[in-house]
Design a protein around this ligand. Structure first.
Ligand SMILES: NC(=O)c1ccc[n+]([C@@H]2O[C@H](COP(=O)([O-])OP(=O)(O)OC[C@H]3O[C@@H](n4cnc5c(N)ncnc54)[C@H](OP(=O)(O)O)[C@@H]3O)[C@@H](O)[C@H]2O)c1
Length: 267
């Protein structure tokens, strides 16, 4: 029951897609700070490599860069083959890489559907299908492997922005999580999702011109998310403490979903 045992991820092997920046980097930091070996992946090798180097130095722990475009099976296979060359098993897979597309309803394009559905939904299914062989390797009822899918509160609430394919894709991520959780728990793999609210990142920043003051004011907690908020929840889901939580989508949003419909402007 001691915290150090209950929440430990020490020596776990973790793979985080989209780990080169934003929420993926926050998650990588949380695992590295607590003794896990972390692999990060993203398309731009230069960025991925430099984040891995920076985080390795900061946390005095090994962060390894495996760049790949995982929006199709070819890229997923490339990432899998590279990972499997070095590792015969995987403890924790975090499907975090994602893309957003904003366009008005009348002109919303087919590309806006294909790009978002391919990366945010299809690739998560195939990442899990492919990596399940490695996740199964060391998994047992006493020590199950973990998958965490990063959804979004836009998949729960109706979003303010015109990002039709994104919110619908994120809703699909939450459904995919419970469907695959039911299948994979039989193999001692626990699958859950986190639905983040606003966290500073390139994705959110480009929607608000990197000025988070307005969305902070609109949030019941009066701020945007911090690395500790998202990393803390992921550590719980990855540790002994999270072993009986299966197939859930847990919000990490300062209370936005709980307060949907409340007017906070004069609070
Ligand atoms: N920030 C928020 O407020 C927020 C809220 C709710 C949910 N989320 C979700 O959280 C996740 C991370 O978002 P973020 O805000 O941190 O976004 P971000 O700053 O844009 O980071 C996205 C990451 O994914 C990588 N990526 C993009 N396309 C890829 C591809 N085809 N293959 C491999 N990697 C790819 C990016 O690197 P490259 O460009 O080099 O590939 C980057 O590392 C996403 O799933 C997003 O939907 C974010």
């Amino acid at each position: 029951m001691k915290i150090n045992d209950l929440f430990s991820v020490e020596k776990k092997v973790v793979l985080i897609t989209g780990g080169s920046r934003g929420i993926g980097e926050m998650l990588a930091s949380g695992f590295l700070a607590n003794g896990a070996k972390v692999y990060i992946s993203s398309r731009k090798s230069k960025d991925c490599d430099s984040t891995a180097k920076r985080l390795s130095e900061k946390y005095k722990n090994e962060c390894i860069s495996f760049p790949a475009d995982i929006s199709d099976l070819q890229g997923i296979n490339k990432l899998f083959n590279k990972f499997a060359e070095e590792n015969s098993s995987l403890d924790i897979l975090i499907n975090n890489a994602g893309a957003v597309w904003g366009e008005p309803f009348d002109s919303f394009s087919e590309d806006g559907w294909d790009k978002v559905m391919d990366l945010n939904v299809k690739s998560i299914f195939f990442m899990i299908q492919k990596f399940s062989s490695l996740l199964k390797k060391k998994a047992s009822t006493e020590n199950p492997a973990r998958i965490i899918n990063i959804g979004s509160i836009d998949g729960i609430n109706t979003p303010y922005y015109e990002n039709y394919s994104y919110s619908i894709a994120k809703s699909a991520v939450h459904k995919l999580t419970s469907v695959l959780a039911a299948r994979l728990i039989k193999e001692n793999i626990i699958c859950n999702a986190i639905a983040p609210g606003p966290f500073p990142s390139k994705m959110l920043g480009s929607a608000v011109e990197h000025d988070y003051s307005v969305i902070s004011k609109k949030n019941p907690s009066r701020r945007v998310g911090r690395p500790e908020d998202i990393a803390g929840l992921a550590l719980f889901l990855s540790s002994k403490a999270g072993q009986y939580t299966v197939g859930e989508t847990i919000t990490c949003d300062g209370g936005l979903v709980a307060s949907a419909g409340h007017d906070l402007t004069n609070d």
